[in-house]
Design a protein around this ligand. Structure first.
Ligand code: ADP
Length: 290
């Protein structure tokens, strides 16, 4: 997704996730012109408004009082906190948003499965004939989510940005006995006390994320598409999925953390077009009636 300027009507997608708020603006051709990100903090609406308005040199779609959306802007919301975004013209589930984003970015013809790993949840979504089919969501426990990786990185005192590099230096495949953050935390300390290399341990943590996702459901499509912040920032996960799914073809969507926000922006574009269509249709009806 590349950025540019000089557009008329802008379509905004706001993905209010459990850990981060992602904002995308695209033009009528679906080209991304603004990207913004903020943390999901409270009061939520205040942080959402700030994330939408701030950042970059681009315009804010919000009115001066930040309560509404300006003319020439249409905004749609997705994500865990979408229902709180009262000034959105439309709302869509994260499932639909990731599907719309991935579909536009990759334009895959046949069936595919989207694996979206977020800060506190993970989803496996099947797409058939250009429509969402079955999907599974894990929102109940941190295993197989960004929270699991972050918690253990914190315990190990390793910056998130170093994790993939260290995991690639592993020289042994290990399996953790538990997916649970609390038990894994204890296990990790025990393993390190027994003298195991940190690199092997981090690799095992990543392997457990992949295992957890693959246990959510069986992946039946040839093509598998990765989306969300965790896949975006932990590229070793793609290698590990590739090892576990040797007969599948995998894709990482561009700017994977923004895929849901981009899908929401495309949805906003669809809403605006529909409104315009309805308007011209009613105009036609009026003309016919007089
Ligand atoms: P959500 O929609 O649930 O908020 P995202 O798809 O935005 O989740 O992903 C957020 C997760 O991505 C974070 O919890 C973290 O694990 C990971 N992440 C985000 N930014 C970074 C970063 N700069 N470095 C490493 N990991 C990151």
């Amino acid at each position: 997704m590349s950025a540019g300027t000089n557009h008329e009507h802008l379509y905004w997608g706001v993905d209010c996730g459990s850990t981060q708020i992602k904002v995308i603006a695209c033009d009528g051709d679906g080209k991304v012109v603004h990207k913004r990100i903020g943390r999901t903090l409270f009061p939520l609406l205040e942080h959402v408004r700030n994330t939408i308005s701030a950042g970059g040199s681009g315009p804010s779609p919000l009115t001066e009082d930040l309560l509404g959306v300006k003319e020439n802007h249409t905004l749609a919301a997705t994500g865990y906190g979408r229902n709180h975004i009262e000034f959105a013209s439309g709302k869509l589930t994260e499932i639909s948003a990731h599907f719309l984003g991935a579909q536009q970015l990759l334009q895959l013809d046949g069936p595919y499965t989207i694996v979206d790993i977020g800060g506190q949840d993970s989803k496996v979504i099947e797409v058939h004939d250009g429509r969402v089919g079955q999907f599974v969501i894990n929102r109940k426990c941190a295993a197989g989510t960004g929270a699991f990786i972050e918690e253990l990185a914190h315990r190990l005192e390793v910056p998130l940005s170093d994790l993939t590099r260290l995991a690639r230096l592993h020289d042994k495949d290990m399996t953790l006995n538990s997916y649970c953050t609390v038990f894994s935390g204890q296990e990790v300390i025990k393993i390190l006390m027994n003298g195991e290399r940190l690199e092997n341990l981090i690799h095992a943590l990543y392997a457990s994320v992949v295992q957890r996702i693959l246990e959510m459901t069986s992946i039946t499509t040839q093509n598998v598409v990765f989306s969300g912040g965790v896949m975006n920032f932990n590229p070793i996960l793609i290698d590990l999925f590739d090892e576990k799914l040797p007969d599948h073809t995998t894709f990482l969507v561009e700017d994977a953390q923004y895929c849901g926000a981009y899908g929401a922006a495309l949805f906003a574009r669809g809403l605006a077009e529909k409104q315009a269509e309805n308007f011209s249709q009613s105009e036609v009806n009026v003309r016919l009636a007089t």
